[in-house]
Write a protein that binds this ligand. Sequence first.
Ligand code: FEO
Length: 396
Amino acid sequence: MIRELKPGILSVGVLDWDRRLFDELIPLPDGTTYNSYLIKGRDKVALIDTVDPTKTAELLANLKETGVSKIDYVVAHHGEQDHSGSIPAVLAAYPMAKVVTNEKCAAELQDHLLVPADKFLIIKDGETLSLGDKTLQFIFTPWVHWPETFVTYLKEDQVLFTCDFFGSHRADSDLYATAEAEVYRSAKRYFAEIMMPFRSIIKANLDKIKDLGFTLIAPSHGPAYQRPAFILNAYRDWVGDQVKNEVVFPYVSMHGSTAAMADHFIAALIKRGVAVKPFNLPRTDVGELAMALVDAATVVIGSPTVLTGPHPAAVYAAFLANALRPKTRYASLLGSFGWGGKMAETIVGLLPNLKVEIIPPVIIKGYPKPADLAALDQLAEIVYNKHLNDPLVRKE
Ligand code: FEO
């Protein structure tokens, strides 16, 4: 299926309604898309990104449907295979085509896809390429989310093609982000899973593109943005330093002691007006957990003691939070043990990337007794006061 984005610009990518896992790691509750765009200039034809190798046949059928007899340029914004994986097949079908990309991406495509070195047209940051009546300008935006990533600005049509940047894993029959509330959730989830570790450099990338004057953002996953301010403002918020008066609380319980602590702690936070998002880890979609980490002020991890350390599910949550590097301000732990162990120390040791103040954990023996419940009240009170007195915690 092909659709017109603007005169001379066709969407030739593929909807993947059924994909449920990405990188064998990230759940995709709404599937995804691999967007690819064909730009027909007066003199030259350019293809912007390709699709996942599992969908190569669909891409080639779409290109055939456009009626173009030649492709001059294949712009490869990113080496990851969901966008580059069909490049060898496109080059085989359109042998005159050159792969337009930067040096880093060319090296990746040679390493991972064995694209011959003579197939590349290497571009530099800010360089332009004319298609006759349409001009492509390439702007390097590293680490969204690999070192080579860049975006392409189609000057005459004021379209910014951004590959993963601003994307969402969302199969949607609407080519555009018309249902903004739904797309917001998909884009935030995507940001959390893919982009959040690069928050600082994304700020610089947002500044770099802010004066381009585009009226449409066309990423290579999910719908295109006819109202760019919608996704730009969302990104500014997510990469900004402000956090919500909220606790993200991943926990796991084996025999009910940690669960009883969790119930009491959740109620104690709610009583104090602190929002809480509990995630019972064995039943948790890690994408939802990642999304909650984007802007919560505090993370508290709950775990029983297994042998001498934390439950592996709690280790996974801590490892994930550490890898995603959210802007969390405070962290703590709660949990129960039978006869001893180093649960709290082990989990704190897993969080070196979090620039957080550690609030003293509440670790108890067995099932919670009145003094333990009072300690949980105290933990909730400390969290409440930290949030109250921290200028970076929003007070609305
Ligand atoms: Fe959508 Fe980083 O690939």
